[in-house]
Ligand binder design. Structure first.
Ligand SMILES: [Zn+2]
Length: 405
């Protein structure tokens, strides 16, 4: 086997394609593999498949996988055929998709790396500008999403994630059965739900078939769900609800801190459940002597723990339990607690719906933490569209199958 035959085998080339010659430039560390086909070869017409002779050719170059540490390139004159039925067409080459300056194997490597590291780092490793890497990633994610089938979706979770430090948001819609992101879109208003419903339809789904939705208590989502997912019953995500009560506890603490400065460093103690406290936090707890204390914060904390316990009640006792809790909370003389209790009262149907639907955004929280990790790694993702692309790649469970593996 000579070196041409060796490369031919390594590239998996099939006739009429063959390696014509290879050149290695020591100074630049660059390998150039020139491919060709014998005079008189036939190529299938890309439209009807009938074998045709090459009509003319044009010279093309593709970046390929590195040869050890050296950059490697394929060169070939790509033929056009003149089919008697279909006219003149460029023949597809088996090692690259049309329009790309990279081989399929190179793109497969890029996609594999993009799942594990920031696009900018992929660019650095393969020595290409990150906009080119984004182009590859976007192409395959878009192509895979175009084929995605959402026809069985009935239970959806919606949540938002901050897209840049602070202000901007991307809303995520998740299939709670399949545990995958169906749709990611900038914004967190009612229009994002309408956009989701349209996207669901575009993927063979039916907005009227969505019967259960888990969401936070934001008015925007509620409004959007009522308008765009008409048969959906909303379950207010219990993590969000508990977090609201937690925020109220923290507000009580901040107010009380003015007269009880020893509370200043205890913020995180009150946010936790007793079973999750660290040794050090227990010491803070002990120092505050909360069991015997008359601290308002301690009272608020007890009210929060009791609220949380709602979700441990049997379904038929839940409503009565919540009523009792509401009475206690509204008589606590702690304004932030009274306020949050009223909010909960107003949303109690959606909160109690959990006892029927059993759904929550726990899956979303899990996905969200993957998204956070992706964001932390994806420094410089340049746009919300790129962020959505990475979210689909990592938590969309897409079928990228045309890529070689
Ligand atoms: Zn043809």
């Amino acid at each position: 086997m000579n070196e041409n035959e060796l490369f031919q085998a390594a590239l998996g080339l099939l006739p009429p394609w063959q390696v014509d010659r290879c050149t290695f430039d020591k100074a630049t560390g660059r390998l150039d593999i020139h491919l060709d086909f014998p005079r008189g070869s036939f190529f299938a017409c890309p439209v009807c498949g009938v074998p045709c002779k090459a009509h003319d050719t044009s010279e093309r170059t593709w970046r390929h996988l590195n040869f050890f540490q050296h950059q490697a390139f394929l060169h070939a004159r790509t033929p056009r055929v003149e089919c008697s039925q279909c006219g003149v067409h460029v023949v597809a080459v088996p090692w690259a998709r049309s329009g790309s300056g990279f081989t399929l194997l190179f793109e497969a490597l890029v996609m594999m790396m993009a799942k594990a590291m920031p696009v900018i780092a992929v660019g650095r490793i393969v020595n290409e500008h990150d906009t080119l890497i984004w182009r590859i990633v976007t192409h395959y994610v878009d192509a895979a999403r175009a084929k995605a089938d959402h026809s069985t979706v009935t239970q959806v979770g919606v949540d938002e994630t901050a897209s840049r430090r602070g202000q901007k948001y991307v809303s995520l819609f998740v299939d709670l059965d399949e545990r995958k992101v169906l749709f990611a879109t900038p914004g967190k208003d009612a229009a994002t739900v309408a956009a989701f419903a349209a996207d669901l339809q575009a993927h063979g789904g039916n907005p009227e078939a969505v019967t259960e939705v888990s969401a936070d208590m934001s008015k925007a989502f509620s409004k959007g769900i009522a308008a765009s997912l008409p048969n959906a019953k909303v379950t207010f995500d219990k993590f969000h609800v508990v977090r609201l009560v937690n925020d109220a506890v923290d507000e009580v603490r901040r107010l009380e801190q003015k007269t009880n400065p020893e509370l200043a460093k205890s913020r995180y103690v009150w946010l936790k459940n007793p079973e999750n406290l660290t040794e050090g936090q227990w010491e803070k707890f002990d120092a505050l002597d909360i069991v015997n204390s008359h601290l308002k914060t301690a009272r608020a904390y007890q009210i929060r723990l009791t609220f949380q316990d709602l979700f441990n009640q049997p379904a038929d006792k839940a409503k009565a339990y919540l009523d009792k809790w509401y009475f206690w909370a509204t008589h606590s003389r702690l304004p932030p607690i009274i306020k949050v209790a009223k909010t909960i009262r107003k949303h109690q149907d959606g909160i109690l719906r959990w006892f029927i639907s059993g759904i929550n955004n726990g899956i979303l929280e899990g996905i969200n933490s993957l998204v956070q990790a992706a964001k932390a790694k994806a420094r410089g993702y340049r746009s919300d569209r790129n962020l959505a692309t990475i979210i689909y790649l990592i938590v969309g469970k897409l079928d990228l199958s045309p890529l070689p593996t």
